[in-house]
Design a protein around this ligand. Structure first.
Ligand code: FMN
Length: 209
């Protein structure tokens, strides 16, 4: 079974992480899931509706996140933020790629500048040096020149920077449609099969591709 890394950081957009976890587990990957402290805070607030305060127990938040959103038959390995013995911390381990969704501005900066302090940063670093797929889904608006330069640096280094900017040309009816659009594009760039997207020109005969 192939391994994929899923990093969840503290940008707004926890629903994107939930759909990514479901998509990766449904597609049959072993998912190494690593959630930052701020990521757990945002999951608690946006998905579990616990209010805006930081949750007293991030582990409980992450367990509940996996229970609610992973495919029940899926293989999810929870990884500690400082777990540098994880396969994802080493280039010699066989891994398919990494997705960081949502990706905060500070995680973007740490990866872009090689100043990583946790497993999410390290896993991204490894993907870049091994030339494996790294997909980053930042969510911020407006963006500073610092964040724009981080995105440019990362793109030049081989990452796919895929802002959480859903299109509307597929005529979405529900928030889920917008979330699925962004995650579907991210999974495409990892080479993961999914049915989250209606593909332009494939469902609607006569439309341009
Ligand atoms: C509710 C909430 C929403 C946030 N939204 C964003 C956001 O959309 N984008 C962002 O870059 N940071 C956002 N932040 C700030 C990050 O969580 C903060 O910079 C944190 O240090 C990121 O750490 P991490 O990258 O280790 O997860 C948000 C924080 C909270 C509590």
């Amino acid at each position: 079974m192939e391994r994929v890394f899923l990093g969840v950081t503290g940008a707004s957009g926890a629903p994107y992480a939930a759909v990514a976890l479901r998509g990766l587990t449904r597609a049959g990957y072993e998912v190494g899931l690593c959630v930052s402290h701020a990521g757990a805070h945002v999951i608690s607030h946006e998905l579990q509706r616990n209010g805006p305060d930081e949750p007293p127990n991030a582990g409980v938040v992450v367990d509940e996140f996996v229970r609610a959103h992973a495919d029940p038959a899926g293989d999810v390995r929870l990884l500690g933020l400082q777990e540098m013995t994880s396969p994802f911390a080493s280039g010699s381990a066989r891994t398919k790629g990494a997705l960081i969704v949502p990706c905060s501005g500070s995680t973007l900066g740490a990866i872009a500048h090689g100043t990583g302090r946790n497993l999410i940063h390290r896993a991204a670093d490894v993907m870049l040096k091994e030339r494996r797929p790294l997909v980053l889904v930042p969510r911020e608006t407006p963006v500073s020149s610092i964040q724009l330069e981080s995105m440019l640096t990362l793109t030049r280094a081989g990452a796919v920077v895929l802002p959480a900017a859903p299109g509307f040309y597929h005529l979405p009816d529900r928030i889920d449609d917008l979330v699925n659009f962004v995650v579907g594009k991210a999974l495409d760039h990892l080479g993961v099969e999914h049915d989250l997207l209606e593909r332009w020109g494939e469902q609607q005969p006569g439309l341009a591709s």
